[in-house]
Design a protein around this ligand. Sequence first.
Ligand SMILES: *Cc1c(COP(=O)(O)O)cnc(C)c1O
Ligand code: SF4
Length: 363
Amino acid sequence: MELWQEMVRDSVHTVDHVVEKFGIDRKTAEDLDEFFQARINPYYLSLIRYPGDPIWLQCVPAKVELEDLDAEEDPLHEDEMSPVPNITHRYPDRALFLVTSQCGIYCRFCTRKRKVGDYEKISMKGLESAFKYLEQHTEIRDVILSGGDPLMLTDTMLEKILQRLRQIKHIEIIRLGTRMPVVLPQRITTKLVNMLKKYHPIYCNTHFNHPWEITEESSKACTLLADAGVPVGNQMVIMKGVNDDPAVVKELMQKLLRIRVRPYYMYMADETKGANHFRTSLETGLKIAEALRGHTSGLAIPHFVIDAPGGGGKIPILPNYVLHMDEEEIILRNKTNGKKPSKTSPNGKPERKKVEEPVLEEV
Ligand SMILES: *Cc1c(COP(=O)(O)O)cnc(C)c1O
Ligand code: SF4
């Protein structure tokens, strides 16, 4: 057994464990276990500093999860976009390939709670029909290995999947959607990255939510990936009590760049059964987006999106910088507008600019 596998085995996961460690009453712990099991490996557990902190909230089962059980179980309607088991095909040229139901920890905010941790829902039996689907659909040029967490597979199993995908000519890029660099960085070994680099171009998207998750171990994991030529991106979810604060997000984004992780998406939390206590207002999200743009490196700024159910997909949200636009003029607002005077707007009024073509800034 490799170290990371031992660490998964040594996770806090039974009802007894949860009661003992976190002082949750037994009946609640049983109900929570029934709803979505706990799994907190010793590494992630060691990042908790005090009860209810941003790390704790992400992994320790909480009674509030049992309060909104009539909310959507599949908020993104992913199951409707699954033509064969293990495949979610929502966008024309790219597809999600679910290769395992297991993860290095179970996140309390997960939008795939209905499947995660359940061997029946994402099973190895579906792999063959998934490969067939990917072979037949020549429009798919980008395959995202997901789950669960694809890095829960052994190196051998993962390599078999990569080999098979690389035999499909129309698949140009392969992405790994994994939280392992954050929650169990010991999984990223030299052996793993040496295997991955045989199958380039491989990209990785991970999921840091808070600056405390950037440690010596997680920095090393991201360095190993980057040194092996795997670009690492980050998808963050805005969550109440975890990171719904512009200063926290800015710190996280800047620290990610230092470990060569490029912020990619920042999501509003989706409406999910048992996770609605994490949701924040759109206004909070916009405040965070505004606090980044112009205030730090463009490289540190992720696309801010809401993931809409079904065909909706990821919808970009922009703070409103265009105050008025008609055929003659466009009125833009800059980052300091209304807060402190600048040369171009001495009295804090919006800056007026005549332009031929409206120019919109892309986030
Ligand atoms: C997010 C997502 C993708 C990838 O989207 P990108 O914008 O290309 O990163 C692909 N399939 C599904 C189902 C998704 O939710
Ligand atoms: S690692 Fe991802 S899939 Fe697994 S529980 Fe966390 S959010 Fe869900």
